[in-house]
Structure formats: structure tokens, C-alpha cells
Design a protein. Structure first.
Length: 72
């Protein structure tokens, strides 16, 4: 989890730099926000057609194998 948090928090300044560069280059904030909106819609849509989108099918069946989030 720590590595995931580091990657997630590291993406914030990188995204700010890339977004700022794109706005400066295009001069059109609406275009950038529209592109972000389209990507936000397309990324989960693409993942839904991969094995990751069908992960339930790979989970073991039965009561013994279910993981209870409260018990570690």
C-alpha cells in the first residue's frame, strides 16, 4: 500500500506540470478538461474488457475462501 500511495501522490505534481504545459501550449482550458473527461470515461471502459474487469470470475468460490475486511 505504501508504494501505491507514493505512486499516487507522485502523480499529482507530474500531472500539474503536464496539464500546465498543455494549457500553455494549446491556450484552451476547455479542450484540456474535455480530454481529461474523455480519458476518465475511457479508462474504466477499456479495463472492463480485460481480465482485470472480470476479476470476480477468478476469485475462489465458497464461504471458506472469502476474505473478511475486518480480520487481518
Amino acid at each position: 500500500m505504501t508504494i501505491a500511495f507514493v505512486f499516487a501522490w507522485s502523480a499529482i505534481p507530474i500531472g500539474a506540470l503536464v496539464g500546465g504545459a498543455l494549457v500553455e501550449r494549446t491556450g484552451n482550458i476547455k479542450l484540456i478538461y474535455g480530454g481529461i473527461g474523455i480519458l476518465t470515461f475511457l479508462i474504466p471502459l477499456v479495463f472492463s474488457f480485460t481480465a482485470l474487469g472480470k476479476a470476480e470470475r477468478y476469485m475462489p468460490k465458497g464461504e471458506d475462501s472469502e476474505v473478511d475486511a475486518g480480520t487481518w
